[in-house]
Design a protein around this ligand. Structure first.
Ligand code: SIN
Ligand code: FE2
Length: 218
């Protein structure tokens, strides 16, 4: 068997791991076996802490709608960005982190070389066609090396993974239902974003993309 054939087999592996930087990986299809559990848990969370439009401190609306679960939820409004223990919309604690989210995040982090990851926050981003996430750094968490585990569900997206300044060139990585991106360590503060979601219909999620980002906030 030639090396080419091995390479081709590898490409067709639905659960392959792609390295996009020193400590950043795309785990293709790694959430697929858990999708039913994830979506059931997600529906319960969104019943208690609905998706909502948020505003930046400067007064711009985020095009993705957001919610959170876990000990800490991320929030932005005219008063600034912050993690809070209660949902400002409902004045209730954020819904608990489902075991399925925790287990998937721990396994994905470990596959990417980050052992003992215990996320205490999960941001939920819902993108309708046309919604996007501009290049930004995740820097509201206490640790600037603990990984981010980002699970893509529903419609595909083009993920931008850039440098340490906003204007540095960014790789473009297509993400599909069930893919997980993990970045941490030396790559943790890279700028990243999502290009506008293209119209489409996903058999399980309809006309949307859902992204879960699991983090250690505190
Ligand atoms: C984020 O950076 O918070 C979201 C990334 C994504 O939706 O893939
Ligand atoms: Fe982010």
């Amino acid at each position: 068997m030639s090396l080419d054939l091995f390479a081709e087999d590898d490409l067709q592996q639905p659960t392959r791991v792609e390295r996009i930087s020193e400590q950043a990986f795309v785990l293709r299809g790694h959430a697929l076996p858990q999708v039913d559990e994830l979506l059931t848990a997600l529906a319960n969370i969104l019943n208690c802490a609905p998706l909502r439009q948020m505003q930046t401190p400067a007064g711009f609306a985020l095009s993705a709608r957001l919610s959170s679960c876990g000990d800490w939820g991320w929030y932005t409004d005219r008063n600034g960005y912050r993690y809070s223990a209660t949902d400002p919309l409902t004045a209730q604690p954020w819904p608990a982190m489902p075991v399925a989210f925790l287990a998937l995040a721990r396994a994905a982090a470990s596959t990417a070389g980050f052992e003992d990851f215990v996320p205490d926050a999960c941001l939920i981003n819902a993108y309708a066609p046309g919604a996007k996430m501009s290049l930004h750094q995740d820097k509201d968490e206490r640790s600037c090396t603990a990984p981010i585990v980002s699970v893509s569900l529903g419609l595909p997206a083009v993920f931008q993974f850039g440098g340490f300044q906003r204007n540095a060139p960014a790789q473009r990585v297509s993400l599909f239902h069930g893919d997980i991106v993990v970045w941490g360590g030396v790559d943790r503060l890279r700028y990243h974003g999502v290009l506008p979601i293209q119209p489409g219909h996903h058999p399980l999620l309809g006309e949307q993309r859902i992204n879960l980002t699991l983090r250690k906030a505190r």
